[in-house]
Design a protein around this ligand. Sequence first.
Ligand code: HEC
Length: 113
Amino acid sequence: MKKLIIALVCATASLSAVAGGNVANGEALTKKYSCAACHGADFKTPIDPSYPKLAGQHADYIKHALTAYKRGDGPNGRNNAIMGGQVKPLSDRDIDDIAAYLHSLPSSLIVKR
Ligand code: HEC
């Protein structure tokens, strides 16, 4: 029984870590860093087709992507001249909040079955 309770507590803690981003602060951060200048005012109409749509994207994926740009070269990193510079000032907390905000936006990303 004790083990079950511990497992439940852990599951709850990790869930809230995923859903823990602050949407309002995420919005403020995307304004501060002008993310919309490239990704589009609604984050689904980027200024160039090679720039990804972000609105409605899964928060854990956005978090993973931004963390990978921070890592840059090396294991699990993404080496990109543009985004590498963008993520430099972002803390892990900032990334959580931005991911929560972008995920909350109306999306044009769909899966056709
Ligand atoms: C100067 C233009 C520009 C700005 C400003 C910019 N981005 Fe990007 N972003 C890009 C480009 C180009 C890519 C694709 C890079 C690649 O090929 O890896 C990208 C990729 C991404 C990705 C990965 C998406 C995916 O589907 O893998 C995320 C997340 C992202 N940007 C978030 C942000 C956030 C958050 C900000 C503001 C802090 C921001 N971007 C500012 C141009 C920009």
